[in-house]
Structures are given as C-alpha cells and as structure tokens.
Design a protein around this ligand. Structure first.
Ligand SMILES: NC(=O)c1ccc[n+]([C@@H]2O[C@H](COP(=O)([O-])OP(=O)(O)OC[C@H]3O[C@@H](n4cnc5c(N)ncnc54)[C@H](O)[C@@H]3O)[C@@H](O)[C@H]2O)c1
Length: 321
C-alpha cells in the first residue's frame, strides 16, 4: 500500500509509520512539527523514519492545501492508497486555553484533508478519533453504540465533528472512512504532556507531582504496540464506514499507575493532590468487542509490562544512568 500518514512525527504516527515501513508499505509522512511540545522529540522520531528508503516526508500544515496537495501527488491514487490521518491538536487541557487552534487544525484541517481524499479518490480514509467523544459518561464500559452528544471538552467536540464529517463523506461520496477512538495511549517515545511522561519527569527531577482529581481517576491505558496493531488492521480491512474503540480492555486506578512508575524508578514521588481540572473526566473504560470481532484487535500489554518499556526509553533518551 501507499499511505499518506499525517502526524508522522507525533507519538502514534511515528510508531504506526515505522510498523508500515517495516512490512514494506510506502509511507508519505506529513507533519508541521509544531511546538506544542519540544519539536526536538519530533525531529528525533523523524530521524528514525528517514532511515527507511520507502519513507518520504512533506513538512506541511493541514491548514495549507498546497502542501497537502504535494503529499497527495506523491502518493498518487487508486485502491491501494490510504490516508491515515493522525495529525491533530491532541491536548484536552490545551483546548481550553487555545480553542482557536483546535478549530483550525482539528476541524478546518480535517475538512481539507478529507476533501482531498475524496477528490483524489483514495482507497480509504482512516482517522484518529478519541475516547473524549464520550464526554464524562457514567456508563461503563463505553461502547460504540452509545450516544455521544455531550463532550466535556472542546477537544472532544472536534473529534466528534470529525466523525460526523466522515460519515457524511461516506454517505455522499462513497469514501471509505474508519474512525479510531483511542483510549489514553502510552509507551516509548510518548508525549511529554501526558501523565506517564510528566510523572516520570517530576519524580526524576524531584519536583512535586501534580495529581488531579485527588488521585481518584481511572483510565483505560493502551500500550502503543496494541494501538499500532489496531490502526494497521483498520488500514487493511478498510471498512466502508465504521468507528471503533481501541482501548487496553482494562481500567486501572491512576494511583496504581503511579506506583508502578515509582517502582521502576526506585524512588517515591512527592505528591500534590489537586481537584479535577475542567475538561477532564473521572473514568474511561473501553468495550473493545467490536474491534476484536471486526479488526482482530487483541490488546495484550498490561501496565506492569508497558510502563517499564517507557521508563527504559526515557532513561536512554535523556541519558540517565
Ligand atoms: N495519545 C493518546 O492518548 C490519544 C488519545 C486519543 C486520541 N489521540 C489522537 O491520536 C492522534 C495522534 O496523537 P499523538 O498522541 O500521537 O499526538 P502528537 O501530538 O504526538 O502527534 C500529532 C502530530 O500532528 C502534528 N500536527 C498537529 N497539527 C498539525 C497541522 N495542522 N498540520 C500538520 N501536522 C500537525 C504535530 O506536529 C504532531 O507531530 C491525534 O489525532 C490525537 O488527537 C491520541
């Protein structure tokens, strides 16, 4: 396959691109290397992708149709082409301070790329949605047939808007569209704004750990390799129009997550318990039956195995003995 993969310098995009390149697909990466978090991390991921001869990169912005067209030109058209759209503004809390960025990148940018996918008649359009579309739902576990009319953050709202647009593009133009609702993804090369990276950093640097929601939050954590397997299966199956939960299939207490990080580092953190932040939800718990059945999705990695993988990478990346 030839795949135009947006967000290739990002956490999930990097790992997905690497898996596709390793099995011999051609990947055209697309990213603007924005500075929401340290772009050096994005450059380091990109440096690894550049080692594959079946990888090409377009440095461009979703808001700029000219650079997007360049990437589509490199991919060409036909049934063996796919767009794997993972680029987005991805921070829930950031969406409260900078709603304009989310409307521009996640809604207008999404509109640009899905429209080009339709125009160029690509074989399929697979895109990142999020567990945030469920808002602060009290139902557990969350399954795809639940009502998703009440998001708790602007970020969640943008992802819901993407799902609606994809469904309309399938209905009107026959574009094959698959939305993937990721649940808190973690692992090596992870995002510095997410809990695992922040907690590790704070413990290592002896800084107080800000723990929101009084430590009472529960999350369905999903290891990156499991997510990648789900994304690749969605690209291969290329269903006409579906949405899937991709979660870890187990809900963990936040404080158990913290405990494992401390055990891996051999050091206890100084905890500062704070109230829930606006936009946050108390619990996420994914029902992944649909993905199991239709994608062969089978999340295997428990936090006890996944967190040490992250810590090993963190130490190597930051040169910590
Ligand atoms: N990581 C998670 O736990 C999680 C959970 C749910 C959903 N998601 C979604 O998965 C996708 C990937 O997330 P991630 O964790 O890898 O985030 P990330 O921030 O590491 O990666 C996103 C990448 O997109 C790029 N990008 C952003 N706006 C762009 C634009 N306008 N033009 C070009 N490139 C742009 C960024 O530079 C970045 O490299 C996102 O759509 C995110 O919303 C992630």
């Amino acid at each position: 396959m030839r795949i135009l993969l947006t967000g290739s310098a990002g956490f999930i995009g990097f790992h997905t691109a690497k898996a596709l390149l390793e099995r011999g697909d051609e990947v055209i990466g697309f990213d603007n290397f924005n500075d929401y978090y340290d772009p050096k991390l994005k450059e380091a991921r990109n440096k690894i992708l550049r080692q594959y001869k079946n990888f090409r990169l377009v440095r461009g912005d979703l808001k700029d149709k000219k650079s997007l067209k360049k990437a589509f030109d490199l991919m060409g058209a036909g049934p063996d082409t796919r767009v794997c759209h993972l680029a987005a503004q991805a921070g829930v809390r950031h969406s409260i301070e900078h709603p304009e960025m989310f409307l521009e990148d996640n809604i207008a940018g999404f509109g640009n790329i899905i429209d080009l996918a339709k125009e160029r008649k690509v074989g399929g359009f697979i895109y990142a949605s999020s567990s945030s579309v469920y808002g602060d739902s009290k139902i557990s576990p969350l399954s795809e047939d639940l009502n998703t009319d009440a998001q708790a953050s602007l970020y969640g709202m943008t992802k819901k808007a993407n799902e609606l647009q994809a469904s309309v593009y399938h209905h009107l133009f026959g574009l094959h569209c698959t939305g993937l609702r990721f649940f808190t993804v973690y692992g090596p090369w992870g995002r510095p704004d997410m809990a695992l990276y922040l907690f590790t950093d704070w413990i290592v640097k002896d800084k107080p750990m800000k723990i929101f929601g009084g430590g009472k939050m529960r999350r369905d954590f999903t290891y990156i390799d499991d997510i990648v397997a789900g994304v690749v299966a969605a690209l291969d199956k290329n269903y006409p129009c579906e949405v899937f939960n991709l979660g870890g299939d187990k809900t963990e207490e936040l404080m158990d997550y913290v405990k494992i990080i401390e055990q891996c580092l051999g050091k206890e953190g100084r905890k500062e318990f704070l109230p829930m932040q606006p936009g946050d939800v108390v619990q996420t718990s994914a029902n992944v039956d649909k993905a199991r059945k239709m994608l062969g999705y089978d999340p295997k990695t428990q936090i006890r195995e996944g967190i040490p993988q992250f810590i090993a990478w963190y130490k190597e990346y930051h040169n910590i003995a």
